[in-house]
Design a protein around this ligand. Sequence first.
Ligand SMILES: *[C@@H]1O[C@H](CO)[C@@H](O)[C@H](O)[C@H]1NC(C)=O
Ligand SMILES: *[C@@H]1O[C@H](CO)[C@@H](O)[C@H](O)[C@H]1NC(C)=O
Ligand SMILES: *[C@@H]1O[C@H](CO)[C@@H](O)[C@H](O)[C@H]1NC(C)=O
Ligand SMILES: *[C@@H]1O[C@H](CO)[C@@H](O)[C@H](O)[C@H]1NC(C)=O
Ligand SMILES: *[C@@H]1O[C@H](CO)[C@@H](O)[C@H](O)[C@H]1NC(C)=O
Ligand SMILES: *[C@@H]1O[C@H](CO)[C@@H](O)[C@H](O)[C@H]1NC(C)=O
Ligand SMILES: *[C@@H]1O[C@H](CO)[C@@H](O)[C@H](O)[C@H]1NC(C)=O
Length: 667
Amino acid sequence: MFASRNGFVHICTWVFLCLRLSGADDYVLDDNVGLGRRFDGIGGLSGGGATTRLLVNYAEPYRSQILDYLFKPNFGASLDIIKVEIGGDAQTTDGTEPSHMHNENDENYFRGYEWWLMKEAKKRNPNITLVALPWAFPGWVGHGTNWPYDYPDITAYYVVSWIIGAKQYHDLDIDYIGIWNERKFNSNYIKLLRYTLDKSGLEKVKIVANDNLWQPISTSVLLDQELSKAVEVLGAHYPGTTTVMEALLTGKPLWASEDYSTFNDDIGGGCWARILNQNYVNGKITATISWNLIASYYEDLSFGRDGLMTAEEPWSGNYVVESPIWITAHTTQFTDPGWTYLQTVGHLVQGGSYVALTDGQGNLTIVIETMSHNHSQCIRPPLPAFNVSAQTARFQLKGSFGSLTSLQVWHSKFDFSTQNSTFFKKLAPTQLVDGSFTLDLDVDEVYTLTTITTGQKGVYPPPPPTAPFPKVYKDDFKVRNPPFTEAPNFADQTGVFEYFINLTDPGPHVFTLRQVVTQRPVTWASDADQTISVIGDHSWQNLTVTCDIFIETVKTGGVFIAARVDQGGEAVRNAKGVFFWVFADGTYKVTNDIAKKSVLAEGLSGTQAGVWHTLSLTVKGDFASGMLNGYPLWKSAVVLQPKKGWAAIGTSTFELAQFDNFEIQAE
Ligand SMILES: *[C@@H]1O[C@H](CO)[C@@H](O)[C@H](O)[C@H]1NC(C)=O
Ligand SMILES: *[C@@H]1O[C@H](CO)[C@@H](O)[C@H](O)[C@H]1NC(C)=O
Ligand SMILES: *[C@@H]1O[C@H](CO)[C@@H](O)[C@H](O)[C@H]1NC(C)=O
Ligand SMILES: *[C@@H]1O[C@H](CO)[C@@H](O)[C@H](O)[C@H]1NC(C)=O
Ligand SMILES: *[C@@H]1O[C@H](CO)[C@@H](O)[C@H](O)[C@H]1NC(C)=O
Ligand SMILES: *[C@@H]1O[C@H](CO)[C@@H](O)[C@H](O)[C@H]1NC(C)=O
Ligand SMILES: *[C@@H]1O[C@H](CO)[C@@H](O)[C@H](O)[C@H]1NC(C)=O
C-alpha cells in the first residue's frame, strides 16, 4: 500500500515538475493495468447501393491500382474489412444491385460486381474480413408485401443461399452476416437465421445486429438469452463516436457498422481521422466501416463522392486517392484485427485524442489525432462544439513497453489555408528516453508511433487526366464485359438491366440488354413504379438518344428512352426529363417525368410486343422530337425543364423488355 502510494506521489511530483519545466501534458500508456477490447478492424462498404458500379469498367492497369490503394497490405488503406450489399433488385441509394434470385425458381451467383470485388480484396489480403448485409429483397421473398419478416423461413433461406453460393462458386467464406439495413429487426427472424446457418454447416458465420441504432437491439439482447446467443456483434450506424449503457452491458463487440458518409475532401479526411480514434475512446467501438468504400458512381446521384477515394470516370481512367485513404493507413498499416486496445486511451488536454493498441507480443501502435471541430465534421450526427489548440504531449510507456527505445513515426498534417496538406509521411524514428517521448502537436494533425516497421506509402504514376463522358457513345451489347452481367456505364436506378442472349433469334438481336425485374421488390428506398437505367453526363442539354427496343409483355407492356433525366438514387420516383414511351397497345407518349403524369405529346405509334422497333429522341434547347423506325413520329414538343441530365432507358412497369444498339450523340 505504502509503496504504491509513494509511487503515486512520486509520479505526481514528477508530472508536476515535468509540466512546470516543459509545459507538456502527460499521458501514460501501460498494459499492466489490464487491456481494453479486441480491435476488429477498419473497413469499407460496397453497396447500399451500387456505389462500386463504375469501378468494374476501368481499364487496366488503373483498375488494379485502385484496388491496391484500397486493399493491398502496406500500400494504401490496407483495409481489414470489406462489407458488401446482398443485391435485392431494388434502389438502395445510388442504384440497384441484382439479386442472386430474381424469382423463386431462379439462382445465379454471377450477377453484379460484389463477388468480383470480394475476390479482388481477398487476392490482395487473404485475411480480410467479409461482411454481408441485405438492404432490399426481391418481391417474392415478401410474398407481395413490402416486409421480409412475414415469411422468415423464406428470408433466412434466401440469405443463407447467398452465403452458400459465395463459397460454392467463388470460394469466399463470409465471416459476418447482417439482418436488414437500417430497418426494424425481428428477434424470431434473427434466431431463425442463426438456426438456418447452423443447419447449413455455417456455424462459423457470425451475426451482426442490426445495422440501425444501438437501441432497441441492445435491450432485446439483454433480455432474451436465445437472441443473445444468436447475435455476435452489435452494429450501429453513425453512432457519433458514442454508445449506450445497454450496449456495453451486453458485453458484445460494438461496431460502427456504417459510418463516415462524408464528402471525401480534407474535411471528410478529418471526420474519418477523428471518428477512427474516438469511436473507441468514447464508444468502445472496435470496428468502423465507411459508407462507402469507393465513390464509384455518378457524382450527381445521392451523396456524390462519399467514399474513401474517388473513381467515377472509367471512360478516362482518372481516379483520385483522397485523404481518407491515408488516414486509414495510419491505423491499418500498423495493427491487425485481433490486436487489443490498451485501457490507457483518451482525450488530449488541449483537444484531440489518442489510442494505443498491442499485438500482445510486445508490439505497440499509438495513433494521435488533433482534428479541430470545423475540420472534422461528418455528415451526421451533428458535432457538439469543442476546441483544439497546439499542445505538447509527453507519453510515458510502461509495462511491456517500458523498455522500448525507439518508435517509427508517420505523420499527416491537414492544411486548410494553403491546401498544402501532407499525408502519411514517414518521419525519422523517435528515440525514447526512459520509455518516454514528447511531441509538439499542432491542430489538424495525425501521428502514428509504432514498433511496426513495415509501413509504406504506396504510389503509382498519376492516372490519366479527368475527362467528360464521351459525347458520342454506342453499345450493341455484343462485346461482353466478363465476368460482369451489366453493360458498362449504365447505372440502374429501378429494376435490373442484364446482358441477354437469345439463341433462337436468327436476326441481328441475339445479344441484347434486358430488364429482368418483374415484381416490385421489398424496397429500401422509394423505387419508381417504372424501371430505369441512366447513363452519361448529367450536364448534357442537347442530344439525340437512339435505341432498338423490344417489348415482351403483350397488350400492357411499354418501354422508353429518355434525355435530361435530372435525378436518380432515392429521388428516382420524382425524376424529370424528356421520356419517349412506346407501348404494346400501339400508342406512344412523351412525358416530362418518369411517373408519366406530365404529358407533352401522345398518339398512335403502331408499336407492338414481340417486334423490334427503333426509337430516336432529340432534345435541343426548348424543343424535343421523336422518330420511330427512322420516320418522324412527333416533333416540337416544348420542354422547359429540366435543362440538363442523363440519358436513360427503361420500362413502363416491372416487366421484361430488351434494348439493343444504344447510341448517344451529344452536343
Ligand atoms: C494473415 O494472418 C496470419 C495469421 O495472423 C498472418 O501470419 C499472415 O501474415 C497474414 N497475412 C497477411 C497477408 O496479412
Ligand atoms: C512485432 O511484430 C513483429 C512482426 O510484425 C515481430 O517480428 C516482433 O517480434 C514483434 N515484437 C516486437 C517487440 O517488435
Ligand atoms: C467554425 O465554423 C463556424 C461556422 O461556419 C464559424 O462561425 C467559426 O468561426 C469557425 N471556427 C473556427 C475556429 O474557424
Ligand atoms: C472554445 O474556446 C472559446 C474561446 O476561448 C470559448 O469561448 C468556448 O467556450 C470554447 N468552447 C468549448 C466547447 O470549450
Ligand atoms: C508546403 O509544405 C511543405 C512541407 O510541409 C513546405 O516545405 C512548403 O514550403 C509548403 N508550401 C507552401 C506553399 O506552403
Ligand atoms: C428470341 O428470338 C425469337 C426470334 O426472333 C423471338 O421470337 C423470341 O421472342 C425471342 N425471345 C426473347 C426472350 O426475346
Ligand atoms: C443547346 O441548344 C440551345 C438551342 O440551340 C442553345 O441555346 C444552347 O446553348 C445549347 N446548349 C449547349 C450546352 O450546347
